[in-house]
Ligand binder design. Structure first.
Ligand SMILES: Cc1cc2nc3c(=O)[nH]c(=O)nc-3n(C[C@H](O)[C@H](O)[C@H](O)COP(=O)(O)O)c2cc1C
Length: 194
């Protein structure tokens, strides 16, 4: 299997086909993603899957709550709310990934990073099955209502929600910053070289 090809060609999917996503497949991909990550077995996290119409409605309502509470947005027509709600309910599956936090910053960060690694594996494995994903970290997901729905404890952190579904069209790739632009060399005593 050409992993470089998968990494290069994977795209975030924002337009999903309405056909359902099998919960078993999501679970299998998650298990594989964990196994393929070096410290995957020790990473502390849990997932919540919303794949039924009812659960997607509940998720959408929680994601909308901060928008409704926002005084600036309050006057916005019902149409806008409906648009956001429908955007969530039309997507076949949503996988919330929740990481445990540790006793100190370092441990929390290490676990968070491991969970992100597993999530990237998940995106790549999904892509190989032609299952599209969008890794969502929008601020509107950090709502009390959503945390309550996901039964999150203060020791947990919502890493993101994967919106999942099959797709018809592969979006164009965004321009990437060349690695050289993010690269400096520490030389002997003169400071970093640009
Ligand atoms: C950690 C992480 C968080 C992301 N959060 C969001 C998000 O909140 N909203 C969104 O539209 N896309 C989000 N994305 C998707 C990126 O915007 C996407 O990767 C970018 O558009 C590049 O497209 P590509 O994945 O097709 O290469 C996120 C991606 C990552 C890796």
């Amino acid at each position: 299997m050409d992993f470089r090809k998968t990494i290069r060609e994977r795209r975030s999917i924002r337009r999903f086909h309405p056909s359902p996503v099998d919960q078993e497949l999501v679970f299998t991909l998650l298990r594989e993603a964990r196994q393929l990550y070096s410290s995957g077995e020790t990473a502390a996290f849990r997932c919540v899957y919303a794949g039924t119409a009812d659960s997607r409605e509940r998720l959408a309502a929680c994601m909308l709550e901060p928008l409704i509470k926002n005084r600036l947005v309050k006057w916005l027509p019902e149409k806008v709310r409906d648009f956001v709600r429908k955007r969530v309910t039309d997507i076949p599956g949503h996988l919330a990934v929740i990481a445990a936090t540790g006793p100190d910053r370092r441990e929390s960060d290490m676990n968070y990073a491991a969970v992100c690694g597993i999530m990237q594996n998940f995106q790549l494995l999904s892509w190989q099955r032609r299952l599209g994903a969008l890794w969502d970290t929008e601020p509107m997901m950090q709502s009390k209502e959503l945390f309550h729905l996901l039964k999150m404890s203060p020791e947990e952190r919502l890493v993101g929600i994967f919106h999942l579904g099959y797709f018809d069209k592969i979006p164009k790739a965004r321009a990437r910053t060349r690695a050289e632009k993010k690269w400096t060399v520490l030389s002997g005593g003169e400071g970093p070289v640009e």
